[in-house]
Design a protein around this ligand. Structure first.
Ligand code: SDX
Length: 433
């Protein structure tokens, strides 16, 4: 076993820590005994150098711009697979054979309905509620309906819960939109595939026939594949931490939805479009916005740029960019959408030639183009992060299941570097200033 030796310069004490070797990626120092051996914590806010767990689900290499699900390169899955097959792969650590895939698809299809009582839960929100606020609430509320399958130590309960969450997220997402826009809820249909069903629940109306576009359904399926999992990102780490207390998976996934909402994370796709609209409406040169993004006194950031891990291109952004061009070329789009795409491409070009972005390895990430595609699909801005949550649910559940399946997993309980006061004397209120 390789080790790393840590020497305490104050005491001269030496401690050898095991150096763990991954299948791929950086070697990792196992510091779990550090506090016991040396009495010290490690300090790593933002977890820039910390592996919070071991996992066999998704591999990223930020330097090479590599993303693989269960060892399969994202480019191959994007070209040959579909979202439900990728879900099976992430959950079961193998690509399904034809029978396994058919059984999986049937099981997901048969769980797309929500309990009828949940409909009134939606009506408790104001009409202008952000669909993410509705999704956080409804996903957490699912726990109230499935007490019969909540023994998280039971693999069968974990399996049915995973399938229920995967199956119901499109219904919850679509109904969040329908409620927020005052339209009647549309029930799922069992004769449509996963993304066609979502488009049906989003856009069909009782007053006319609606046939989901196969072009849009295929493009959406590809986008869901690209967003399915991404190692230990903020929302996945939240799901793991919440799940480590043995909280039920619906509660843990609801916590993940809440975390994804932030504009520094999954909320960036909505923030990108708002930024592009602001740029277009301002009539000012792009360079002005580039300069603002570089100005430390200005909190403006180029949304859709930069990534904690990818210091080369985000492979998903490359694939989504291609979908964006293909879709906008094949669809009738509004002038505003074309203008948005042109601005995005011009912004990308200017930024990638600018020293500030080059030296900081700031490339377009997965959120930079996805919003343009969602707009072209007729999906409103406040639904973009809901789309991301719908896609990422399988990643959250697969990571949660991997943790819960590990014998002897522990509750996550980080320590701190305390910088506050100590041992103060309590003064009665009359003596205080
Ligand atoms: C997602 O983790 C995941 O895997 C997430 C995700 C997933 O699939 O789960 O990939 C999805 O969240 C993608 C990221 C979406 N967010 C955005 O597009 C928001 C804009 N990007 C930034 O907020 C930022 O780049 C982060 C949050 C994504 C990453 O931030 P880091 O790693 O903490 O980097 P940092 O903030 O320390 O920035 C390093 C430098 C700083 O400048 P200096 O202090 O070195 O001078 O780069 C600058 C930052 O100011 N910088 C930017 C910038 N992003 C970083 N400057 C201008 N515009 C930006 N977008």
């Amino acid at each position: 076993m390789s080790t790393v030796t840590i020497i305490d310069d104050e005491t001269g004490k030496k401690v050898q820590m095991p150096l763990l070797t991954p299948t791929s990626g950086p070697k990792t120092i196992d510091i779990s005994m550090l506090y016991k051996e040396l009495g010290y914590f490690t300090y790593d806010p933002g977890f820039m150098s910390t592996a919070s767990c071991s996992s066999a689900i998704t591999f990223l290499d930020g330097e090479q711009g590599i993303l693989q699900y269960r060892g399969y390169p994202i480019e191959q899955l994007a070209e040959h697979s579909n979202y439900l097959e990728v879900c099976y792969l992430l959950l079961n650590n193998k690509l399904p054979n034809r029978l396994e895939l058919t059984e999986f698809e049937v099981d997901i299809t048969n769980h797309t309905m929500l309990h009828e009582a949940l409909k009134s839960f939606f009506s408790g929100f104001r009409r202008d509620a952000h669909p993410m606020a509705i999704m956080v609430g409804v996903v957490g509320a699912l726990a109230a309906f499935y007490h019969d399958h909540m023994d998280i130590k039971n693999p069968e309960h974990r399996k049915i819960t995973a399938h229920r969450l995967l199956a119901k997220m499109p219904t919850i997402a679509a109904w969040s939109y329908r409620f927020a826009t005052g339209k009647p809820f549309v029930y799922p249909r069992n004769d449509l595939n996963y993304t066609e069903n979502f488009l049906h629940m989003m856009f069909s109306m009782p007053s006319n026939d609606y046939k989901p576009s196969s072009l849009l359904a295929k493009a959406l399926d590809l986008i869901l594949i690209l967003h399915a999992d991404h190692e230990q990102n903020a929302s996945t780490s939240t799901v793991r931490l919440a799940g480590s207390s043995d909280a039920n998976p619906f509660a843990a996934v609801a916590a993940g939805v809440a975390t994804l909402w932030g504009p520094a994370h999954g909320g960036a796709n909505e923030a990108v479009i708002r930024m592009l609209i602001d740029i277009n409406e301002s009539g000012k040169p792009l360079q002005l916005f580039i300069d603002r993004a570089k100005d430390k006194n200005d909190d403006f950031r180029l949304m859709g740029f930069g990534h904690r891990v990818y210091k080369n291109h985000d492979p998903r952004a490359t694939l989504i960019r291609e979908i964006c061009h293909k879709l906008l070329n094949e669809m009738e789009t509004t002038g505003e959408q074309q203008k948005m795409l042109e601005t995005a491409m011009a912004l990308e070009k200017v930024a990638l030639e600018d020293e500030y972005f080059i030296t900081r390895n700031l490339y377009p990430n997965v959120d930079f183009y996805s919003g343009i595609i969602f707009l072209a699909m007729g999906i409103p801005m406040n639904m973009f992060t809901v789309m991301f949550a719908m896609a990422r649910t399988v990643g959250w559940v697969a990571q949660w299941n991997e943790m819960i399946s590990e014998p002897g997993y522990k509750i996550g309980r980080p320590r701190q570097l305390y910088t506050g006061p100590i041992d103060l004397k309590y003064d009665s209120i009359d003596k205080r200033s």
